[in-house]
Design a protein around this ligand. Sequence first.
Ligand SMILES: CC(C)(COP(=O)(O)OP(=O)(O)OC[C@H]1O[C@@H](n2cnc3c(N)ncnc32)[C@H](O)[C@@H]1OP(=O)(O)O)[C@@H](O)C(=O)NCCC(=O)NCCS
Length: 444
Amino acid sequence: MAKKTVKIPPDPFVEWFRSSSPYIHAHRGGIFVIYFGGEAVADGNFPSLIHDIALLQGMGIRVVLVHGARPQIVERLALRKAEMRYINGLRVTDDAALACVKEAAGAVRVEIEALLSLGLANSPMAGAKIRVVSGNFVTAQPIGIHDGVDYCHTGEVRRIDSDAIHHVIASGAIALIPPLGYSPTGEVFNLSAADVARSVAVSLGADKLISLLEGPALKDSRGRTITNLIPRELESILKRRRGMSEELRQHLKGAIHACRRGVKRIHLLRRQMDGVLLRELFTRDGVGTMLTAEHYEEIRTARIEDVAGILALLEPLEESGILVRRSRELLETEIERFVVVELDGMIIGCAALYCYEKENTAELACVAVHPDYRTGGRGDLLLDHMEQQANRLGIRRLFVLTTRAAHWFRERGFSGLPVKALPVAKRRLYNYQRNSKVFIKDLA
Ligand SMILES: CC(C)(COP(=O)(O)OP(=O)(O)OC[C@H]1O[C@@H](n2cnc3c(N)ncnc32)[C@H](O)[C@@H]1OP(=O)(O)O)[C@@H](O)C(=O)NCCC(=O)NCCS
């Protein structure tokens, strides 16, 4: 006698953990350059941020931290009754300011190293044993004299010792880089931490540059956070939009620059959001803005505005008799049954699910991938997505009717069955002239 399987309700923790596993696998071994300003260090929640960074490192991500120290510098200048002078938007680092920069950078470094050294039992970093390495990774030069103004010890990045940083992160340590650079003449220069982070990310060919920013996120005209962009789109936002803070504008321009120089993904995140790194990196949609040079692709439930794209994909297949014809009207009324694969705004794949609740069965229909994009695993992606969706709906069996893709389904666990195995309602509509084959898969 066949054993009865008892369906145990899913444990939310287990479900959640499993849902993050594709990201854990994808990120392992990646080089992530993480930038944050001195404001983050001064914040009472800084230990939580450091714990999350330690967690990334624990998951095999190679981490480079680049920090700023602006509030700490301002504080030290104030003690000396001085302030940083800005001329034409550029800071002038005189001797007094440089002394404060050095002190502040040192203090911030010690603070970060101390937090990363934490390993007490019952703390989030118990057993972490993280090594942190800092050093003269950045060679700088003075920005010099502009319009007669000598900017003194304010510098710009000249070169990054990427070999040394690679060596550090390959050894399993975190590289910690302050907003300082050294010249071959032995001088110290005050640098913009954001510039340092960008230069480091470019020179390492980083997988990600993650900027934790102080201001609000990048929003669209309806006030929703813009989640994905390519450089061309970001440039047009920069041109159109007034009233953006100069700081955000500089970060966005820098992100475009880094993206065009080979950093695969740039994430702009709101630093104040608790757990922002984890939310961005281990959930499907993330919580910040991601700039990517590569094409942006996603699989999602279809919307009414996708109808034209789905029709364009299905029509050639209908004309050649591979799929059954569907009118635009029918597609519009059934749109929520479809999922689509969208690549840079174009629909390149789709599939639909028609449920027969009484029989706990669903038909998988209209599985199609644009001919230019086949054999790229998108068929599998659609099938996996639909199986998961069916599982969530409590569906136990999937069936397909196909004339040309029998083997494709057989290789994916479907078995051929006679037409009488179909749910009654579907059997009534079966077109014997078309003579499609019926394939069924029992879901786990
Ligand atoms: C079936 C289809 C969705 C697969 O899409 P895809 O993105 O190419 O799929 P994947 O990349 O996940 O899989 C590709 C593999 O399937 C194989 N394959 C593709 N079509 C096949 C078919 N009709 N029969 C058998 N194998 C097929 C490819 O050769 C490739 O195998 P390989 O990896 O060993 O080289 C796509 O070919 C298609 O749109 N076909 C027309 C529509 C159709 O017949 N739909 C099914 C009826 S609902």
